[in-house]
Design a protein around this ligand. Sequence first.
Ligand code: G6P
Length: 614
Amino acid sequence: MCGIVGYVGGREAANVIISGLHRLEYRGYDSAGLAVIHPDGVLDVFKCKGKVDDLERFLQGKNAGGTIGIGHTRWATHGEPSDANAHPHLSRSGDLALIHNGIIENYRVLRDALRTQGFTFRSSTDSEVLVNLIEYVRDEHRCSLEEAVREALSQVVGAYAIAVIERGDTSRIIAARKSSPMAIGVGDGEYFLSSDAASIIGFTQDFVYLNDGEIAVIERGKPLHIMTLDGAESPVAIQKLRLSISQLEKGGFDHFMLKEIHEQPETLEDCIRGRVIPGTREVILSGVLDNKERFLAARRIIFVACGTSWHASLIGEHLIESMCRIPVEVEYASEFRYRDPVIYPDDIVIAVSQSGETADTLAAVGMARKAGAFVYGICNVVGSSIPRATHSGTYIHVGPEIGVASTKAFTGQVTVMAMMALLIGRLKGTIDEGYYHRVAQAILELPATIREALKTAPEVASLARMFTYAHNFIYLGRGYNYPTALEGALKLKEISYIHAEGLPAAEMKHGPIALIDAEMPTVAIATPDSTYEKTLSNIEEIKARGGKIIAVVCKGDDLVRRSADYCIEVPSTVECLMPVVSIVPLQFLSYYIATYKGRNVDQPRNLAKSVTVE
Ligand code: G6P
């Protein structure tokens, strides 16, 4: 988490940096700051607790002029959000300013060693230790800044993307990365630097992505110079990023989350385009087809993911087991990587991540590769770290997701998993042609089905108003819709701060039913599937104990209506795609409850979109 931006060129650096920081705020928003070098070589830092808007106010009437600078928006790891802990951090002499995304794990040892050399610290951050270490090395070895950065980083244990500038040098930024993302935008006589290329797409579409363990010397008017921490030269490969600015704006909606819920028909069209062919209903996924032998020989598939991506993976488990008859496990990446799991060379590990940057998922990918497994990625952000670390994969192509609560990425992930399961099942001969074509057709129709499901918004909004009083919620589902219940509950927790628990409906009687009373609403997903009758009985059991029930049902259902207090009708599709449809009213429910409670939907407290720390 944390977002970093840098600029060197002919424009006012502060303007470029502020614009980039606004787009990076999804990565953290507890404090922000920037450093510029004025044309006379003076280095100045401006920073404060709060959001990028607060930083802009703070800058009013101050001289932040200069054509080179670095900026940061923070999600606190070491040290509370405060002016002092905000980045950039200055070195002891004030010669160097540094921004950092990541965690320096051995910062205590380094700090103690620096203290013995007379260094003192103004903040409680690991990042301030690093900038002082760089200065110490520079002065001890009387070396250039890039050499000092390289030497200092060789002493560091942890993850980082950093950028450093030096007083008196109005043309160079030194940047480096290990396990935290960093893209360099290449313009006409100017360079940009960012944790996320999309944040500077308004300035350039040409990017160089730094690899782990690389240092870049970014100098106005000179070609980019990239080397490894060991001093070896690295090639400079420029890639085009095709994105439009409109994809990064709210487009008339009050919040990014609402926009992203509403754009799901279009994002699913983008996700499906060229992959399920209308007419023939052929599924074409090059990542699977190019590695057909691997998938056919797979002993097991292990999904590794976090948060919403983990919920999507649980649906992936159902899809693959039922269509491909391959055993599947779903792991929290953070648990998997520390458990010394058994991984066979004929396992396929599928890493699922919207951002492609989640630190635990990335580490799980590294571990699986080391163990010899074939590693596949299902990611959204093109060129991010996970797709670059996997053997192959499929992008979900749903466009930039900016709302912290994931919505369109979830539906895109499940759709990609359904396409994968169909394709592998057909290759293996574990599904019949009729089923294959039915599901393929339903995938083609998904955008239209979701368009219909979006019409639930006004009704869900009025239900939400009735339930803003609740302090707890239970979400129930079975089979394919159990993960939907987990995801619905997570949405509510994330943005409204109401406690919510997702449960498989049948588990209620093993404990949670004790919680039921008139104050505890239950959201039950009761769409017609193989467990429909059973879910109906579970609803009755709650009703009998005085619980209020909001049910998500398919159009025309009248059985559930008899027991539930409120029913939200969604269009039906094949059972295995039902989560993509039934999640839509749950996304709305959390959104409207949160807005009625006055929460900051796009920037909920304590959360960040991209969790690049462990
Ligand atoms: C954070 C986000 C969640 C997301 C999770 C995994 O916690 O707030 O919305 O589901 O990370 O992120 P990923 O980018 O790997 O899907």
